[in-house]
Design a protein around this ligand. Structure first.
Ligand code: HEC
Length: 119
């Protein structure tokens, strides 16, 4: 009986889980969601002038890749490192220097919006 109740709850949770293609599953706790929300704020404040930072839309700067597919080309680990060190690739991006918390948040957010599973 207890088991059936739990199974029922799990089904309900699965039913209203965020987009099925999101790499983060139903097991994501409130803490991670808060982190991703922080990341979204950072992206909107720091990156949205050029990049499309949400789940749809084109980048204001056509040369700037949309964030929702970024992690299919870039591994989260590499990106994290580059954000901490400040991205210094030869492109017209302002130089950023994130602290590890801000980077975690941003990566978490990016992972939550990827349309193809992150590598
Ligand atoms: C002033 C405009 C601008 C802002 C603001 C901006 N970017 Fe970019 N970004 C670009 C452009 C343009 C490119 C593409 C450059 C290229 O392909 O040479 C790019 C590329 C990138 C890339 C891919 C780099 C690569 O080598 O493929 C990443 C990752 C990235 N941006 C992250 C960010 C993050 C994270 C933020 C916010 C913290 C941000 N960008 C803010 C303009 C911007």
């Amino acid at each position: 009986m207890r088991f059936m109740l739990l199974a029922g709850v799990a089904l309900v949770l699965a039913g209203c889980a965020a987009p099925a293609d999101a790499p983060v599953g139903v097991s994501v706790g409130a803490e991670l969601d808060a982190l991703a929300a922080d990341g979204r704020s950072i992206a909107e404040a720091e990156c949205a002038a050029c990049h499309a930072v949400g789940e749809y839309g084109e980048s204001p700067n056509p040369n700037a890749p949309v964030f929702r597919t970024l992690l299919s080309r870039y591994s989260a680990g590499v990106l994290e490192q580059e954000l901490i060190e400040g991205i210094r690739v030869s492109h017209p991006m302002p130089e950023f220097q994130f602290n590890p918390q801000g980077t975690d948040a941003l990566i978490q957010y990016l992972q939550s919006i990827q349309q193809t599973p992150a590598q």
